[in-house]
Design a protein around this ligand. Structure first.
Ligand code: HEM
Length: 293
């Protein structure tokens, strides 16, 4: 589905419905959509069954504050279709499936790739993990994850160099002057965080991979729109804190066990802007068990 959207975005001839159908892409799209929607519907069906049995995913943020998990909340607000229909719920769940999955997997892949090509950065992450986890072999707690500061800066630096969402857009509600151009109201303006993140006015030596840029002292005073992996403003990413925590949990689990080596050198041409940032060709990484070293 991502490839189809990308192709229609880049090549205007495929936006013509007849050509799209004639070349068989419509058929491909229908197949992809059936597969995506049936996955989401099955998740909703299972959740409804659990709710019927009285099992909701209630979780506590603090002992006094209980919250419903996202899908439970949607289902309980639906009031048997009078407030939200099944299809409307499915659309919301689709958004979360895509926005929450492909983005984080792209972020994790690029972070592992960048860590694997920077032995000094990796050594510091290993030192930090050894210190925070202090020989325990249990999964990290929320507090442990919060202490993994250098890992967090590395993930942020990786999203600066390789932003998982490579582009997004806004429609101008009023005319604007952009770099000397008069841009009329109603224009759709695309943002490319990849380029914003390489602006030397905000990021000296922008091609250097340097997690320490995100130390609080060095981040203070930086322009608020110079770093936009999660967009900005009222429609920015609703899952950004969760995404960071998820990336930390996955990457720390890998690096507690392994030292990794990227088999490819970084170069711009390996980036493939699909809906999320993908790589041209595989991101090859060698995993060396740490206990054998
Ligand atoms: C590294 C991971 C992620 C990145 C880079 C990312 C990036 C983004 C960006 C750039 C947008 C804004 C798009 C725009 O302005 O038009 C966005 C929106 C959104 N994201 Fe994320 N995201 C990530 C993870 C997640 C996760 C884990 C969830 C959910 C669990 C999530 C849910 C959403 C939703 C629902 C929106 C739409 C918000 C709205 O329109 O009000 N994202 N994300």
């Amino acid at each position: 589905m991502g490839n189809i959207i990308r192709m229609r975005f880049l090549k205007s001839q495929f936006r013509n419905k007849f050509i799209f159908w004639l070349l068989g892409w419509k058929h491909e799209q229908d197949k992809a959509l059936t597969s995506l929607h049936s996955f989401t519907r099955s998740v909703i069906r299972e959740k409804k069954m659990l709710l019927k049995k009285g099992k909701s995913s209630m979780f506590s943020e603090t002992p006094s504050k209980k919250r419903l998990a996202f899908l439970d909340l949607l289902l309980s607000s639906a009031k048997d279709g009078t407030v939200l229909t099944d299809e409307e719920i499915r659309e919301e769940v689709d958004t979360f499936m895509f926005a929450g999955h492909d983005t984080t997997s792209s972020g994790i892949t690029w972070a592992l790739f960048n860590i694997g090509r920077m032995p000094e950065v990796q050594r510091k992450i290993h030192d930090e993990l050894d210190e925070v986890m202090a020989g325990r072999d249990t999964p990290p707690t929320r507090d442990d994850l919060a202490q993994m500061k250098y890992l967090e800066w590395t993930i942020k630096e990786s999203m600066r160099v390789c932003p998982p969402v490579a582009s997004y857009s806004r429609t101008l509600s009023e005319a604007a002057q952009i770099l000397g151009y008069e841009v009329p109201a109603g224009t759709n303006v695309l943002f490319f965080p990849h380029m914003i993140h390489r602006d030397p006015r905000h990021w000296p030596d922008p091609d250097r991979f340097e997690p320490d840029r995100f130390q609080p002292e060095r981040s203070a005073g930086r322009h608020p729109y110079s770093y936009l992996p999660f967009s900005a403003g009222p429609r920015n990413c609703i899952g950004q804190r969760f995404a960071l925590m998820e990336e930390k949990a996955v990457i720390s689990a890998v690096l507690r066990e392994f030292r990794i080596e990227s088999r490819r050198q970084y170069d711009e041409s390996m980036m493939n802007v699909c809906l999320t940032l993908q790589s041209n060709g595989p991101v090859e990484i060698r995993f060396v068990p740490r206990d054998r070293e």
